[in-house]
Ligand binder design. Sequence first.
Ligand code: CO
Length: 174
Amino acid sequence: MKTNKISRVFSALMVIAFLAACSGGSSESGQSGDAAAASNEAPAGDKVMEIFIEGNDLMQFNTKEITVFAGYKIKLTLKHTGQLPKISMGHNWVLLNEGTSVADFGTKAAAASETGYIPADAGDQVIANTKLLGGGEEDTIEFMAPPVGEYDYLCTFPGHWGAMNGKMIVAEAE
Ligand code: CO
């Protein structure tokens, strides 16, 4: 009777060990590493993530948070789904580098009407940006995802950054 009990406990442990090996083994042991090896071999530059964002006549982006993977090329499209013209309800999508605040940049950019509300001296404060759009227009841009971290984005049309902003989270590629 004692032997049976030990035997049952041992069997249960074996099942647990087997399940653990199946679920977690690919990243640690070489035995089940085929899938991991395959994903690691693909050149990072060939990986593309497509992102679609909308801005509307109510001064809103349709998303406040985007997650992408480091090392991927980001193909981002901003579409202005409203009908108001660029001069009264212009939208762009501007991704800021770490260390640049939405409020500071948004305030500064509002004065840069001659350069589409991207200050000429923005330098590396801006990682990527679309052009300024009016109702019905769209723009697609491509850029490499920055390093792992959190980055702010905003619309820099005057008065919009307080409502039209969000975060792009760059995660480690799986
Ligand atoms: Co806007």
